[in-house]
Design a protein around this ligand. Structure first.
Ligand code: ATP
Length: 211
């Protein structure tokens, strides 16, 4: 029975640009009873001490990438593989399958709990190619001026120049919009965003033939 049910769940990819409103939309989906998982949280979970990916990373990269408390310093790891293609490929070969396994387990759990629909929130869904695993991708888009404004509120120490650099480091939002199946424009207040989430949910149910 569980196998049939696990095949029943449909998971929609959720992405967007930096400070475009993904987490806010995730919260609105959760509030409506839909399960949502954050890809970054899964990445942190699979790197926790005791996990097989943790052990393999330690074997490959050594103890220099650990914080004094024995957990992995992801920034140090990032610096180590930044301009070393072979090292980056090794890291991806350890981390990506672990994330895929953990995600699959999460989706089965959702299905077993009776959910027909869930969401996978990942900032880099297009950049990593993992968008291909989802029947639909939902993009939350905001104009750059609002992204900057929201970044400034969230992180007052970030200069406008650095904020722009962070936005520019990602795939342009309009490119993500062009690749999206469904777009939520987050260019007004939160009440409007709630309405657009409702509209997107109707379209998602329709396109996935959910009741
Ligand atoms: P990141 O990927 O960079 O973490 P994000 O895409 O998840 O960002 P959020 O954290 O949802 O973006 O939104 C960024 C900030 O903007 C938050 O402080 C959020 O409360 C605020 N915000 C988002 N949408 C709106 C809106 N429509 N009106 C007012 N504030 C908003």
């Amino acid at each position: 029975v569980s196998e049939t049910r696990s095949a029943d769940i449909q998971v929609v990819g959720l992405t967007g640009g930096i400070a475009s409103g993904k987490s806010t939309v995730s919260g609105m989906l959760l509030k409506r009873g839909f399960p949502v998982v954050d890809a970054d949280q899964i990445a942190r979970d699979v790197l926790a001490p005791g996990e097989s990916a943790f052990k393999r990373i330690l074997e490959r990269f050594g103890a220099d990438i650990l914080y004094p408390d024995g957990t992995i310093d992801r920034r140090a790891l990032g610096r180590l593989v930044f301009d070393d293609d072979a090292a980056r490929a090794d890291l991806n070969a350890i981390v990506h399958p672990a994330i895929a396994r953990r995600s699959a387990i999460t989706f089965v759990e959702w299905s077993t709990a009776g959910h027909p629909l869930g969401f996978y929130d990942a900032a880099l869904l297009f950049e990593t190619g993992s968008y291909k695993n989802f029947p639909l991708v939902l993009v939350v888009a905001a104009p750059v001026a609002l992204q900057l404004q929201r970044l400034a509120v969230r992180d007052p120490d970030l200069s406008e120049r650095d904020a722009l650099a962070r936005i520019d480091a990602q795939m342009p939002l309009e490119e993500k919009v062009a690749k999206a199946d469904i777009v939520i424009r987050n260019d007004a207040d939160l009440a409007s965003l709630e309405e657009r989430v409702e509209i997107a949910l109707v379209e998602i149910h329709d396109r996935l033939s959910l009741s």
